[in-house]
Design a protein around this ligand. Structure first.
Ligand code: FEO
Length: 172
């Protein structure tokens, strides 16, 4: 039995993942505007990863015979301040997403829904990675402060971020 309460919460999470995608795409646009193409690329890969998270929940709902209901995506901010402020916002946002995933897990336990708990275990592990990658970049940005050669070096490094794996390919 796939409870309506859990389906509603997963639909909210699909919306939250798309908001995350939109937020990072807005950050990518801002970084392009600031002439930091490597950081913009990193943010665009982050955007793609969030779309894949949303699709992972989407596929799961459909596989279980649930009903996906898509909702309006809130507009993200357009200005993010300094490079340090941007990555601080990424980390803060990921911590917020982690709290949401943990709440969803608690609900799946309450509802006695084992398949959702298994799916969420993947997201719990993923959030450890998400927070680590944001805090690693933030730590390096804080080391160089606003020193332009340091920022440019980090920009070049972040340009190397590979594309994420789509959920369908993961399952194959
Ligand atoms: Fe979907 Fe960045 O967590």
């Amino acid at each position: 039995m796939f409870s309506q309460r859990l389906q509603d919460a997963i639909n909210d999470q699909i919306n939250a993942e798309y908001y995350s995608a939109y937020l990072y795409l807005s950050m990518a646009a801002y970084l392009e505007y600031k002439d930091l193409p490597g950081m913009a690329h990193w943010m665009r890969m982050q955007y793609e990863e969030e779309v894949f998270h949303a699709l992972k929940f989407f596929d799961f709902m459909n596989d279980r015979g649930g009903r996906v209901i898509l909702k309006a995506i809130e507009a993200p901010p357009a200005d993010f301040g300094s490079v340090e402020a941007i990555f601080a916002q990424v980390l803060e946002h990921e911590q917020h997403v982690t709290a949401r995933i943990h709440d969803l897990y608690k609900l799946a336990v309450e509802e006695g829904d084992y398949p959702t708990q298994t799916l969420l275990q993947w997201f719990i592990d993923e959030q450890v990675e998400e927070e680590k990658s944001a805090s690693d970049v933030l730590a390096r940005v804080r080391m160089v402060k606003d020193y332009p050669p340091g920022i440019l070096l980090i920009d070049q490094e972040l340009a190397q971020r590979p594309a994420p794996t789509p959920p369908a390919a993961e399952a194959a």
